[in-house]
Design a binder for this molecule. Structure first.
Ligand SMILES: Cc1cc2nc3c(=O)[nH]c(=O)nc-3n(C[C@H](O)[C@H](O)[C@H](O)COP(=O)(O)OP(=O)(O)OC[C@H]3O[C@@H](n4cnc5c(N)ncnc54)[C@H](O)[C@@H]3O)c2cc1C
Length: 425
């Protein structure tokens, strides 16, 4: 199509992909950019990135993503992002009881980590008072974490100052993309929001994370709304202080935790695993629940896993109540590849940015360059083949959750793990 720098561009979603896209588009000289976000605030409560922290690690089993993250880490060190990046290292392990799959995955990550720049330092595990029974692994000092909620807020302020318009709440909830018909296909005319207004645009960029299949139903089961849980324990000032600078500590079979947040004294934990899906029995497509309250709990099996993780690493916290527990929804694909491409048969008027597969936040500073590169591709063809549109497969395997190399366990249906109180309602 060839969009001009002054054409109206609508980005739907004010999460990681949406905000980074607004940033890169303005930096490239696009002057008419608006972001529509369904929450009343940014960082939005519905964004998978609205969190205390996310791991920023360079090593992947796949060199393509390792190289991207090394670029992203350079960008995390620039003034807009540096306040939110903490290069404390990444202690990547398996516990003594880990299954063979976790041990094998760890050794592939270790091989990749060998490529990152290194320096020696103090004993990485001195702050872990637990016995670490049977633990083995490695420390990569090049890695760390980002305060993701604050990073979203920082970019929000920066792009607002650069002239990006924001529509939030009902005004920003996009109910549908409206189309006009052309000779051979259709073309987006703009979006209609929950308050009934129509906003015209030349390009609609869909960056709605786990809600991708709601706004772009053509993607079908190729994007699966999936969730992992997060939980926190509340520390005293002294406990927070004692864990200052601790590396992100990750046992592949138990989960991980971060340096406590000095403002709130919260230590965040995440058990990972195969994740939870919410499949519509009529279509077979998994969608994130529409309200936050449906996800505000910690599944029993995750709680047990996190209790084991704490008992082995920080035993004084092993029985501390978990607070602020919830399921956090992301957009999964069966090969963990992102989707950064035009929606077919829309005359290049809709771009889908999705399929984060639970690993995109580390690239927040550079995510937006993926769309500016696509817009500048001379023939409108996504050069990176693995990020092209995924045509729904006729005989797609439904339950591939357990096949993902870097996760342990099968995906489970949300309905099967709801706490008994909620299940009775
Ligand atoms: C528990 C958990 C842990 C994770 N840990 C890591 C990690 O350690 N490192 C890492 O790199 N990545 C991690 N991730 C992945 C990371 O959070 C995601 O890759 C990233 O947030 C995806 O960004 P996104 O923009 O696609 O979606 P989101 O950030 O979820 O943003 C989507 C936005 O779209 C909005 N929206 C949805 N529908 C509409 C609509 N109709 N109209 C308007 N707005 C709408 C939502 O409100 C939301 O704000 C983790 C994810 C989870 C769930």
């Amino acid at each position: 199509m060839g969009i001009s720098k002054s054409d109206p561009i609508i980005i739907v979603g004010g999460g990681a992909f949406g905000l980074s896209s607004a940033l890169h588009l303005t930096q490239k000289g696009y002057t008419n950019v608006s972001v529509f976000e369904k929450d009343d605030n940014i960082p939005p409560r519905f964004s998978a990135a609205n969190d205390l922290n996310k791991i920023v690690r360079a090593e992947y089993e796949d060199e393509f993503y390792t190289e991207l993250t090394i670029k992203a880490i350079d960008a995390w060190k620039t003034p807009l992002f540096a306040p939110h990046f903490h290069q404390v290292g990444f202690l990547h392990c398996v516990s003594g009881g880990a299954p063979e799959k976790a041990v094998a995955t760890l050794s592939r990550f270790r091989a990749s980590a060998e490529k990152a720049p290194k320096d020696e330092g103090p004993d990485p595990a001195w702050q872990l008072q637990g016995a670490l029974p049977g633990w083995s692994g490695y420390l990569n000092r090049f890695d760390g974490y980002a305060h993701s909620g604050n990073a979203l807020a920082g970019v929000y302020r920066a792009v607002q100052a650069a002239g990006v318009r924001f529509f939030l709440g009902e005004q920003g909830t996009v109910d549908e993309i409206t189309h006009v018909s052309t000779v051979n296909c259709r073309k987006a005319a703009g979006v209609r929001t929950k308050n009934g207004r129509f906003h015209p645009s030349a390009l609609v960029v869909v960056a709605v994370g786990a809600a991708a299949a709601r706004l772009v139903p053509e993607i079908g089961k190729e994007v699966v709304a999936k969730s992992w849980s997060v939980a926190h324990v509340h520390l005293t000032n002294d406990e927070t202080s004692a864990l200052r600078g601790i590396p992100v500590t990750y046992a592949r079979d138990l989960g991980f935790f971060f340096e406590p947040d000095p403002k709130t004294n919260l230590l965040k934990l995440c058990p990972m695993g195969g994740g939870y899906i919410n499949t519509d029995p009529k279509t077979g497509v998994s969608h994130a629940p529409l309200t936050l309250s449906e996800s505000a709990f910690l599944p029993e099996e995750d709680e047990k896993r996190l209790r084991r993780l704490l008992a082995q690493t920080l035993p004084s916290l092993a029985d501390r109540p978990f607070v602020k527990s919830s399921l956090c929804w992301f957009a999964d694909t069966d090969d963990s590849d992102f989707i950064v491409d035009y929606v077919p048969n829309t005359s290049e008027s809709i771009v889908l940015l999705s399929g984060d597969s639970g690993h995109a936040f580390k690239m927040f500073p550079i995510l937006g360059s993926f769309i500016t590169n696509l817009l500048e591709a001379p023939d409108n063809v996504q050069r990176i083949t693995r990020w092209r549109w995924k045509q729904p497969k006729a005989n797609a395997k439904d339950d591939w959750g357990g096949d993902v190399s870097w996760r342990i366990g099968q995906s489970k249906e949300l309905s099967a793990i709801l706490p008994s109180k909620a299940a009775k309602l």
